[in-house]
Each structure stands twice: as structure tokens, then as C-alpha cells.
Design a protein around this ligand. Structure first.
Ligand SMILES: Cc1ncc(COP(=O)(O)O)c(C=O)c1O
Length: 418
């Protein structure tokens, strides 16, 4: 069967599809697989209990349940939820926003699809514009989101070496490919896949650069403050009329309810709402229903700071020890874990590609993501792209430890083959 160009592009075997397939199969499968590949948050019992209680409350409260599931909401999502989000951000950070600056989408992935395609591609005057990713590695989910081909201009990072096995990427401002053909700058902060957190200084510079070109700076805050706050560095969240800040309820523990939140200047928030109407009529109201009260009271920030953030920070520290234990003796590098819940491991002068490593690990029952998927728009040959893997350290402790041990064995075997 033949599809349109759009159909072909969106049904091709993309990195994100491989990832979601592996994830789905591992979750549905025998349970023997050690799934370190996906983006699922941990099931933190205390947090899950809070949502369980909220559902029980909804069920017990007159016809709240029937109203929640039985009606379409407006394209901008439930108005009370947008208001609660705006008030929380106003009160927490002093940002001048109202509910008109808030748009709700079915997951923030959907928001990126809208935003990228609103901003990158062909303009009415015939010019073609692209999104600048100032620092790759960057989130795999961006890679295939463009309807037009080749929507990213992507920059390689600078490396800072922190000790013999730890490094950190920085934006290389000297080599940023920015000119009039760039229509927005986009960064994830904390970054998936590396756990990097761009410094306040880097964000300030990007903000300035975006302003000087009259283009928006998109900050993907899926893991950041004020929720879910999976961030281990002291940095300042920022927003102004020129920033499009994307938040999500997923990493709070609710990936199944698909709720993304866009904070942007009114005209952009309204554009997102219009796209919602066309693509899905309205966003799901379940996430908003579950989180409305905790957004109103600010409890969402307490849950994030007191339960979620310490949980992941502890997991990161623990798993970092296991990585050192399993990999010492090899020239491995771990990106400094500053947030999110992934380790980005770099095997310098690696004799096999990360895709080959992925296959070997899969045969041993461990799923990771090969690093080359995380360089959307970076077409040049660069050995670093095939020397890295991303692993998630959120599954059950025993599994993570065993997975890391197997990764260590395979890395040692690969280097020994050299
Ligand atoms: C950096 C980043 N942005 C956006 C998303 C999309 O999340 P969701 O669509 O669940 O809100 C993810 C998911 O893993 C992510 O890691």
C-alpha cells in the first residue's frame, strides 16, 4: 500500500518507534527482560498512593467521575486547571502569566509536534526555517517530529572533564549555526538522554540570542522544577514572553494520562489550542482532574520536592556506584547526573558501534538505547555518536544493578576484542 510523503515519513521505523516497541514488549513480556531503555518513571509507592486516593475521592464525590469521563472539554483543556497552573507559577516565580498563557496537550510530546511544525518548515513567503538544537545529544522524541524534512540545525557540544570517568557537556557558543533561517531554539533542561542541566549562564546566553533574533526559546522542562523536580542542581527556572516552557505530568508518575502543559505568550498558547481542536478536539481531562487540587494548593511542589526529587537523587547516587564498580578498568565516561533519570555512558574509542552493543545487550536480556538516536539533525560523521548509550536507572534496584553488571561484562568483552 502506498502512503503520502507524510504517511511514509511517519510510518518509517524511527528510533522512537523502536524504543516504544521494545518498551511495550518488555512490559508485556515474561518479566525476565531488564528494561533500562524506556522513559518510564519509577512507581514510587507514596506518590502512587496520593493519586489512588484522589481517584477514590473522585469516585466518592457525587457525579464527579461521570462528569470527568463523560464530557469533551474545550480545546484549551479544563479552564480551572489552566488557571491553577498560572496561579502556581505566578506565586512561585513571580511570572506575569494568566490562564491565557497556558495550553494543555495530550502529553508534551504532542506539544513538540505542534510547536516544531508551526515554526519549522516552509513559510508563506517561500522561505524554509529550522529549529536550532544548540546542544546534541538531545531528546530522541524530537528526531522524527517534523513533517518537513530536516527541521533541525544541531550543534556539537563542548566537553568538560570533571574526573577520570565523569564529564559534562556545555553549549559551544562559538560554533552555533544561527542565522535568519532559524525560527526557534530548543533545549531540554534537564536533558534527556544525558541528565545534563544547562547552567543559568548558558540559559541566559540562549535567551539573549533568541531575543536578538526575535525567535522563541523553547525550554523542555519535562523533568524540571517546580514539578516533577527531578533536578539535582540549584538552577533558576525562567520564563518570559519570548520563552515557550513545556511541562508535563508524566515524570510525576502519570505518563498514562498524557498531560502536557505549555506556558507561552498568548498568541502561541492560542495557536496550540487551535491545533488541539483539529488534531484531537480537546486534550484529555483526566490528568487535569487528578492534579487540579494539588496544583491549587501547591501540594504538587511538595510531592516533587519531598518525595520525587530525593528518590531519584538517591537512585542516581546508588547506580553511579554500581557503574563505577562494573566499568572500572575500561575507559568509560559517565555524564554527570544532574537531573532526569538516565545515565549517558560514553565508551571512548569503542571498538564496536553502540548499535552492535545494543544487540549484544538485548541478547543478554538487557535493553538500553543506542546513543546515535540522540543527535537529531547532526548529519556529520562523528565517532562520539556511536560510542554512547543511554540507560534508565528507575526500574527495581536489583534489576538495575544486574543490568549494569551485564553492561560492564559486555563492555569489557568488546574492548578485549580490539
Ligand atoms: C525531554 C522530554 N521531553 C518530552 C517528553 C515527552 O513526555 P510526555 O509526552 O509524556 O509529556 C519526554 C518523555 O520521555 C522527555 O524525556
Amino acid at each position: 500500500m502506498q502512503f503520502t510523503r507524510f504517511g511514509e515519513k511517519f510510518t518509517a521505523y524511527s528510533g522512537i518507534l523502536q524504543l516504544m516497541d521494545d518498551l511495550g514488549n518488555a512490559v508485556a513480556g515474561s518479566g525476565d527482560i531488564i528494561m533500562l531503555g524506556g522513559g518510564n518513571p519509577s512507581h514510587i509507592a507514596q506518590v502512587q498512593n496520593i493519586f489512588r486516593k484522589r481517584i477514590e475521592q473522585i469516585l466518592a464525590n457525587g457525579n464527579e467521575f461521570e462528569r470527568l469521563i463523560g464530557n469533551y472539554g474545550p480545546p484549551q483543556g479544563p479552564p480551572a486547571f489552566a488557571e491553577a497552573v498560572a496561579t502556581l507559577l505566578q506565586q512561585t516565580y513571580g511570572w506575569h502569566i494568566s490562564s491565557e498563557n497556558v495550553a494543555i496537550t495530550n502529553g508534551s510530546q504532542t506539544a513538540f509536534f505542534y510547536l516544531f511544525n508551526m515554526l519549522a518548515g516552509e513559510y508563506p513567503d517561500g522561505t524554509t526555517k529550522r529549529i536550532l538544537l544548540p546542544l546534541a545529544p538531545e531528546y530522541i522524541g524530537y528526531a522524527d517530529a517534523g513533517i518537513a524534512e530536516d527541521i533541525f540545525a544541531t550543534n556539537k557540544p563542548q566537553f568538560e572533564y570533571l574526573d577520570e570517568h565523569t564529564f559534562k557537556y556545555h553549549v559551544d557558543f562559538e560554533s552555533l549555526p544561527i542565522d535568519e533561517s532559524i525560527s526557534a531554539i530548543c533545549v531540554s533542561r534537564p536533558t534527556n538522554p544525558t541528565g545534563n542541566v544547562l547552567t543559568d549562564h548558558e540559559i541566559e546566553k540562549l535567551r539573549h540570542l533568541a531575543r536578538s533574533y526575535g525567535i522563541p526559546l523553547i525550554i523542555d522542562n519535562a523533568y524540571g522544577a517546580p514539578f516533577p523536580s527531578i533536578i539535582f542542581e540549584k538552577v533558576t527556572p525562567v520564563w518570559d514572553e519570548n520563552i515557550i516552557l513545556c511541562l508535563s505530568l508524566s515524570k510525576l508518575g502519570l505518563p498514562g494520562v498524557r498531560t502536557g502543559i505549555v506556558i507561552a505568550r498568548k498568541e502561541i498558547a492560542a495557536a496550540v489550542n487551535s491545533m488541539n481542536a483539529v488534531v484531537s478536539l480537546a486534550p484529555s481531562s483526566i490528568g487535569a482532574g487528578l492534579a487540579l487540587d494539588m496544583m491549587r494548593t501547591g501540594e504538587i511542589m511538595e510531592i516533587s520536592r519531598q518525595l520525587i526529587q530525593p528518590y531519584y537523587e538517591k537512585r542516581a547516587e546508588q547506580a553511579e556506584d554500581w557503574v563505577w564498580e562494573a566499568l572500572t578498568g575500561t575507559p568509560f565516561f559517565l555524564h554527570k547526573p544532574e537531573g532526569a533519570f538516565f545515565f549517558w555512558l560514553w565508551f571512548k574509542d569503542f571498538p564496536i558501534s553502540s548499535a552492535e552493543l545494543y544487540d549484544r545487550l538485548k541478547q543478554r536480556g538487557v535493553l538500553v538505547v543506542p546513543g546515535h538516536y540522540f543527535f537529531p539533525g547532526l548529519h556529520e560523521e562523528w565517532e562520539h555518536k556511536t560510542e554512547c548509550i543511554r540507560m534508565n536507572y528507575t526500574p527495581e534496584e536489583g534489576k538495575v544493578r544486574q543490568g549494569i553488571r551485564i553492561i560492564g561484562e559486555e563492555i569489557k568483552r568488546a574492548y578485549a576484542e580490539k
